[in-house]
Design a protein around this ligand. Structure first.
Ligand SMILES: Nc1ncnc2c1ncn2[C@@H]1O[C@H](COP(=O)(O)OP(=O)(O)OP(=O)(O)O)[C@@H](O)[C@H]1O
Ligand SMILES: [Mg+2]
Length: 500
């Protein structure tokens, strides 16, 4: 791919000489004596280099350089002067020029300075991007954040308009990160991604409106796990170096994906072991707790009969605390053996309303607003009402509990006929979660609440999983939380394979 160079000099003879020489060095040359035309050119095309004469009227080379840098900040500029003094050279470099050239040109000097300007630009640019992605990769275990950083770096590398990172999930390409303007056609990006994945190497194609599409596969051990796709305007042609850098970025995205998979495998193994242990402990606690409750009741009755009201009150407090403990224990034991689902076809909205009523009763809040927005086209769903009620109730309670004064909880549903799924969104304007809390929110017994047991989210996820659905959470400190529950409308059994 040919590099492009812009030459501006009010001496037409010099323009001609430079056009010839640079052309013979393999450049695409745009030469003009007119500063306005030069600015227009930089607004409409990307240049690899500019050669500007210092003494020009009405705009001198340094001012013109500053104008060009407004549109293309990293454009390397060589300032040309016939009366080169060290002061003008220093000024030009201080104001952003890469170097200066003295007229008349010495052939080797021209070639050498141009070569250095191009190499230095690449090096500075690539080093910056690689450092940025590398640091994100090292400092964050959050796949979404790493993929965003990779997409951003890839976008800037090619001066592209957008970059999307796709992940292959259950045979479908799912966009995981997207930077730049929203794509005009997802279909074209997806086809480019599939092509790169089946080839196993970066590819370049042309979009419907002449855009340049570049896709690089994300390869993990078992083969391609997705692809990184870039869409650039027709005038931007990626160079070999660009493609090499893209391959490097996609390798980094692949590392992020692999790490996330491995981490979640490790976690679920550890969680399963923890769950088994918790269930055994809970089981051992059941009988002594039942005994304790019986003794406390006896005590209460005796004290009441003996007329000692104050002590009877204390005994009543003991029984109610024991009741609370017994309820927690039975919830934990229920975890150990996922329930058989008893699915029936039912309307989702009345169930949601019922859960909302329960949630408000358990967490009375007069100072908050609750908003519902149900999709009327939602068909009935085949679910286990009891289980789903537990899951939704926990999610709604978390939302309510997170709200500050005059916060808002929004519950909405959306039906997607083509995928046969209903999505329930529970959004709160509460405190949100830190990255660490979000990463651990589904862990058994993880809680940040003084009275919490840390079972709500884990339970909700296991119920939704059993229904063959998906539960995910987006949250950031100070920006509230958005919980998304996707449920298949028809019968699709989950991991336990239970059906009514
Ligand atoms: N909507 C939310 N907003 C902010 N933080 C949340 C939200 N939902 C969950 N969390 C965080 O996740 C943690 C775990 O939630 P989970 O529902 O599992 O337990 P809990 O609410 O603490 O206790 P409980 O067992 O009583 O539900 C919470 O302690 C809280 O830090
Ligand atoms: Mg909870």
């Amino acid at each position: 791919m040919r590099r492009t160079v812009l030459v501006v000099d009010d001496d037409v003879a010099i323009l001609e000489v430079l056009e010839m020489r640079l052309g013979s060095m393999g450049f695409d040359v745009t030469a003009t004596p007119d500063a306005d035309k030069a600015i227009f050119a930089v607004q409409h095309a990307r240049f690899d280099l500019a050669l500007l004469d210092l003494r020009m009227e009405p705009m001198d080379g340094i001012r013109l350089m500053e104008q060009l840098h407004l549109h293309q900040p990293r454009l390397p500029v060589l300032i040309m002067t016939a009366h080169g003094t060290i002061e003008t050279a220093v000024e030009a470099v201080q104001r952003g020029a890469f170097d200066y050239l003295t007229k008349p040109f010495v052939r080797d000097e021209l070639r050498a300075k141009i070569g250095r300007a191009l190499a230095a630009r690449r090096w500075a640019r690539d080093r910056e991007r690689l450092l940025f992605v590398g640091e994100t990769l090292a400092s964050s275990g959050d796949m979404g954040r790493i993929l965003d950083a990779v997409a951003q770096a890839a976008l800037e590398t090619i001066d592209a308009e957008r970059c999307v990172v796709f992940q292959l999930t259950e045979g479908r390409l799912v966009p995981m990160a997207s930077t730049g303007t929203p794509p005009t056609s997802w279909g074209a990006l997806e086809s480019a991604a599939s092509l790169a994945m089946s080839k196993g190497a970066p590819i370049t194609t042309t979009g419907a409106e002449g855009q340049v599409l570049v896709a690089a596969p994300l390869v993990v051990e078992r083969g391609p796990a997705g692809a990184l796709v870039i869409e650039a305007p027709a005038r931007v042609e990626p160079t070999e170096d660009d493609l090499e850098l893209l391959a490097l970025f996609s390798a980094q995205a692949a590392v992020a994906m692999r790490n996330t998979h491995e981490l979640s495998r490790l976690r679920s193994g550890a969680l399963a072991a923890l769950g088994r242990m918790a269930t055994q402990v809970a089981h051992e606690l059941k009988n002594p707790l039942a005994g304790l409750r019986l003794y406390a009741r006896h005590l209460e009755q005796r004290l009441t009969a003996g007329g000692d009201g104050d002590s009877a009150d204390l005994a009543r407090k003991i029984s109610s605390t024991v009741d609370h403990l017994a309820a927690v224990v039975s919830e934990i034991t229920a975890f150990g053996r996922p329930p058989e689902l008893h699915r029936v076809s039912m309307a989702l909205h009345p169930l949601l309303d019922e859960c909302l009523t329960f949630a408000r009763a358990r967490c009375p809040r007069e100072d908050v607003e609750i908003e519902r927005s149900y999709d009327a086209s939602c068909p009935d769903v085949r679910v286990d009402a009891r289980e789903l009620r537990k899951a939704l109730l926990n999610l709604l309670l978390n939302g309510l509990e997170a709200l500050g004064p005059s916060g808002r909880l929004t519950v909405s549903t959306v039906y997607a006929a083509e995928s046969g799924t209903v999505t329930v969104l529970i959004e709160d304007t509460g405190a949100g979660m830190t990255e660490e809390t979000l990463a651990r929110a589904f862990d058994l017994f993880f809680t940040t609440k003084p009275e919490g047991t840390g079972l709500g989210m884990a339970l909700a996820r296991s119920v939704i999983d059993l229904h063959g659905g998906a539960l995910d959470v987006q949250s950031a400190p100070g920006r509230g939380t958005r919980v998304r529950v996707r449920l298949p409308v028809g019968e699709r059994t989950g991991k336990a394979g239970a059906r009514a």
